[in-house]
Write a protein of this length. Structure first.
Length: 256
């Protein structure tokens, strides 16, 4: 990801460097009135730069006490905000993850098993981590990467990599609100001699409970078979807009 962002920036700078000095078109009026100038913005792709520790050390003393680093952090070196999209712990060298809080005192000595927490979230046995403790990181800011661990008792000294924490980050972009269906984003169909409209892509159940259902039947009436509630309207409407008789309505409805 870093490489692709870097290449995008380099390309933008090359293009800008090759441009000649811009010339400006002008508008004139011959008498009193309004003149306007458009504001054109040209922005190069921002540099994406994020740093994380290369190692998260865990030290287990002979008495079972655990010591971890206290200065680990995700550092956003970019000018814009970033977000953490995923955190995954991948085991290595034959180790496995146990549920956080497991009492290892009953675990056979030498078992390659450990438990872990990251930013107050328990690491699941499949390595997944909740993102509740990973808010958006503003440009130039850092997010503390706190962690704790526990492990089964080892009969001899051990010093090896037990896992790798993979953190996926990206720009924190604004969410685009869902665009309401346009008035013309509808289909028209006929039940008997009466024409109705429905939102494109809706199901029978969607239509029945929507404002498009002007049949006068109370919207609490179970007029359709349960297996029809998920049938798309477009699947049972002929090209000319006629309801297909091969998909009969429930006897409680107005099939006309």
């Amino acid at each position: 990801m870093k490489k692709s962002n870097f290449l995008s920036l380099a390309l933008a700078l090359t293009v800008c460097a090759s441009m000649s000095v811009p010339t400006f078109a002008v508008s004139n009026i011959d008498g009193p009135g309004d003149l306007s100038s458009e504001v054109d913005l040209t922005a190069a792709a921002a540099t994406f730069s994020v740093s994380v520790p290369t190692r998260l050390p865990v030290s287990v003393a002979a008495d079972g006490s655990v010591t971890t680093a206290t200065n680990a952090a995700i550092v956003n070196n970019s000018n814009g905000p970033i977000q953490v999209n995923a955190v995954k712990v991948q085991v290595k060298n034959g180790w496995s993850i146990a549920a956080w809080g497991k009492d290892f005192r009953g675990t056979p000595t030498g078992t390659k098993e450990f438990a872990m927490q990251i930013n107050d979230a328990d690491v699941a046995e499949n390595g997944s981590v909740s993102l509740a403790g990973f808010p958006v990181i503003a440009g130039g800011e850092r997010l503390a990467l706190t962690y704790d661990a526990d492990a089964a008792v080892q009969s001899h000294a051990v010093s090896e990599e037990v896992a790798e924490v993979v953190i996926t980050v990206d720009w924190a972009e604004s969410e685009t609100p869902d665009t309401p269906a346009e008035a013309n984003d509808t289909i028209t169909f006929t039940l008997g001699s009466v024409s109705y409209q429905a939102a494109s892509g809706s199901t029978w159940n969607d239509w029945f409970m929507s404002e498009y259902n002007t049949s006068g039947i109370p919207k609490t009436a179970p007029i359709y078979d349960s297996d029809m509630s998920l049938i798309g309207l477009s699947d049972v409407i002929e090209p000319n807009g006629t309801y297909l008789p091969s998909m009969p309505m429930h006897s409680g409805g107005s099939s006309n």
